[in-house]
Design a binder for this molecule. Structure first.
Ligand code: NAD
Length: 261
């Protein structure tokens, strides 16, 4: 339990990759702050399970991270419960698929706010605590789309490329404080985010569900398999270890070979 006494805040952790991070970090004894939307009873059950697994604290903070004042409220709740955040995982994200000339302006603004700007706000608020302790881990769930583009995903690709650049800058600014900042960049992971974009992709490309699965999603993934949430969480856990203290400003691909092409 190498994270005993540490506190991890994971945005967008009521589902998918974020929930897997929370489980992996709690299993190593960390206090966890989870965030995101969903059924209150299901979230409370997850929160209790996380506390039972860690033997430490688990707090749910359900703020909407597209709003700066709500991000500030979430970080204040983490500080008041646990005194600050040692491991910050910026993971909340959403997707919208449409040609650029039809891309809804409200969807563009939403994706930039959630997938990119929220990471700036959580980071600016967490770094002072980390600098004081001279230890910290900032981990972003970026994406293969932080390294390469796909059509019809202009906002997402823009946000993820921005997140990768932001992370490099933070890594340079914090390098002498025992803090690392890295991106994890998965290819396609089977989660609700991927499942939910299938109907729009069917529409945008005029394809059946099966064609979208095989000819779009897994077409670029040489392993022809979805990445698992557990594989992504294991990388985050590794980045928290002392052995990973020289890994900073990096963008770690877990994409079945996608960006090797
Ligand atoms: P998901 O839809 O399962 O989870 C998204 C989480 O974000 C949920 O907990 C949701 O409640 C939360 N969320 C949504 N809007 C929010 C808001 N306004 N404020 C706070 N929380 C909000 O998706 P996922 O696939 O687990 O994605 C997690 C991250 O991984 C995202 O950043 C995504 O871009 C990235 N990613 C996913 C894949 C993939 O194939 N699934 C690949 C690469 C990167």
């Amino acid at each position: 339990m190498f994270l005993m006494g540490k506190t991890a805040l994971i945005t967008g952790s009521t589902s998918g990759i974020g929930l897997a991070y929370a489980k992996a970090l709690a299993a190593e004894g960390a206090n966890v702050v989870i965030n995101g939307f969903g059924d209150p009873a299901a979230i409370e059950a997850e929160r209790r399970a996380l506390a039972a697994a860690s033997g430490a604290g688990a707090l749910y903070s359900g703020h909407d991270l597209t709003k700066v004042d709500q991000i500030e409220a979430m970080m204040a709740e983490a500080a008041s419960a646990f005194g600050g955040v040692d491991v910050l995982i910026n993971n909340a994200g959403t997707q919208h698929v449409a040609p650029v000339e039809e891309f809804p302006v409200d969807k563009w603004n939403l994706i930039i706010a959630l997938n990119l700007s929220s990471a700036f706000h959580t980071t600016r608020l967490a770094v002072p605590w980390m600098k004081e302790k001279r230890w910290g881990r900032i981990i972003q769930t970026a994406s293969a789309h932080s390294l390469a583009a796909s059509p019809f995903k202009s906002a997402y690709v823009t946000a993820k490329h921005g997140l990768a650049g932001f992370t490099k800058t933070v890594a340079l600014e914090t390098a002498t404080f025992g803090i690392t900042a890295n991106c994890i960049s998965p290819g396609y992971v089977w989660t609700p985010l991927v499942e939910n974009q299938i109907p729009d992709t069917m529409k945008a490309r005029g394809m059946t569900r099966e064609q979208v699965m095989n000819d779009v999603l897994l077409a670029g993934q040489p392993t022809k398999q979805f990445v698992t949430v557990e594989q992504v969480a294991a990388m985050a856990l590794y980045l928290c270890r002392d052995e990973a203290s020289s890994i900073t400003g990096a963008n770690m691909s877990i994409d079945g070979g996608w960006t090797a092409q």
